[in-house]
Write a protein that binds this ligand. Structure first.
Ligand SMILES: [Zn+2]
Length: 322
C-alpha cells in the first residue's frame, strides 16, 4: 500500500506534467472508480471537462488537483477539485499523445489533457479498486494557511476536510501534535496512526519513527515525556524525508507510478519487517507482535516496554490497610 512518501512522489511527478494543462476528454472504463459521484461517470465528466489543472496538491495520502476556468494561476481561488485516492494499488501513468498505448487492463479512467508542452493522457490504474477519482467542491482551511503540499491557496476538498495536516506540511502545528502524543491512555503508536492528530503516518513509518526515537510502540501516551514526544514527531519527519529522497531518484519523467510490489522505493528500514534480525543500533533481535490489529516491530533493548513503578504513591494509596 502506498504510504505518504510514495504519494508525495506521485504528486511531484504529476505536478511537473499536469499543472497548466486543460482536461479535454474523460473516459471512465469502470464506474466504481467514480463511486463517490451521485451522478456517476456522467457527472464526473461534466464537472472536470474543459477545466484547467492549477496545481497538484496533497494532504496525507489524499491528492487533489485544484481546477480553474482560466489559465493556470495557483494564487486564484479554484472552482472545484479533482480529488484522487490511490487506495491499496492505485497508480497514475502519463503518456505523451504520440506514444499513447491502448488502455491497460487495470485502467479505470483516462483523461486527455491539452498542454502547452504537448498533449498528454493521464491514466488512472487500480488493480484492487479501493482507489477513486472524485470531483467536488472546496472549502477554506480553518487556520487560513495553504491547504497542503503543492498549493498556495487555503482551499481544500470537502472530502479531505476531516484529515489533519501531515508530517511534511510546513503549516503543521507541531506543538499541538506533541501535546496530543503525550495525552491519553492509548499506546503512542495508536496515537501516531490517528489521522485526526497528524495524517499520513501508516504502519511502516510509525514503527520506523518509534525505533528512531527509542520509544516502545505500546507506551501509554500520557507517560511519554515532552522531549520524547518531540523526538517522535521529528523522527516521523526525518523518516519520511529520507524515504522521499530514496524515491525521488528513480523517476521516469514519462511514467508516474506507485506500486508496492514494484520495489519502486528501495525502502531502507530498521524495524519494520525485520523480525528476528539484529537491531542496526544495538544488535538485539527485533521483535514483532500484533498491537491493535497491526503488525508492530521494535527493538526490545533500545525501546523498553513501559512498566509502571510498583512503589509509586498512586499504587500504594490503593493497597488495602495503608
Ligand atoms: Zn536496538
Amino acid at each position: 500500500m502506498p504510504e505518504l512518501p510514495e504519494v508525495e512522489t506521485v504528486r511531484r511527478g504529476l505536478d511537473r506534467r499536469v499543472t497548466g494543462a486543460v482536461i479535454r476528454r474523460v473516459e471512465i472504463f469502470r464506474d466504481s472508480c467514480v463511486r463517490l459521484m451521485p451522478g456517476g461517470a456522467a457527472q464526473f465528466r461534466d464537472e472536470v471537462t474543459d477545466m484547467t489543472c492549477l496545481s497538484v496538491a496533497r494532504r496525507g495520502k489524499f491528492l487533489w488537483i485544484p481546477l480553474g476556468n482560466g489559465p493556470a494561476e495557483d494564487a486564484e481561488v479554484p472552482e472545484a477539485s479533482l480529488s484522487a485516492h490511490l487506495g491499496m494499488s492505485g497508480q497514475f501513468r502519463i503518456h505523451s499523445a504520440e506514444a499513447m498505448p491502448e488502455p491497460h487492463p487495470h485502467c479505470r479512467a483516462r483523461l486527455s489533457l491539452q498542454s502547452g508542452a504537448g498533449d498528454l493522457t493521464l491514466d488512472f490504474l487500480d488493480q484492487r479498486t479501493f482507489g477513486y477519482l472524485h470531483a467536488e467542491e472546496l472549502r477554506q482551511t480553518e487556520d487560513g494557511h495553504p491547504a497542503g503540499t503543492g498549493t498556495l491557496t487555503p482551499y481544500l476538498p470537502q472530502s479531505v476536510a476531516h484529515i489533519a495536516r501531515d508530517a511534511l506540511d510546513p503549516a503543521l502545528n507541531v506543538a499541538a501534535v506533541v501535546a496530543a502524543l503525550g495525552r491519553g491512555t492509548r499506546g503512542i503508536k495508536q496515537v501516531l496512526l490517528d489521522q485526526t492528530v497528524m495524517s499520513g503516518v501508516g504502519n511502516i513509518y510509525a514503527d520506523e519513527a518509534l525505533w528512531r526515537a527509542r520509544v516502545h510502540p505500546t507506551r501509554p501516551a500520557h507517560t511519554v515525556s515532552f522531549r520524547a514526544a518531540t523526538t517522535v514527531v521529528e523522527s516521523v519527519q526525518q523518516v519520511m524525508a529520507d524515504a522521499l529522497k530514496a524515491g525521488g531518484t528513480s523517476f521516469d519523467s514519462l511514467y508516474v507510478n506507485v506500486n508496492g510490489e514494484s520495489g519502486y522505493f528501495a525502502r531502507d528500514l530498521d524495524a519494520y519487517g525485520r523480525e528476528h534480525e539484529p537491531c542496526s543500533r544495538c544488535g538485539a533481535s527485533i521483535r514483532r507482535e500484533r498491537v491493535s490489529g497491526r503488525s508492530t516491530h521494535w527493538c526490545p533493548s533500545c525501546q523498553r516496554r513501559y512498566a509502571p513503578r510498583r512503589n509509586s504513591t498512586a499504587v500504594r494509596a490503593k493497597t488495602p490497610g495503608m
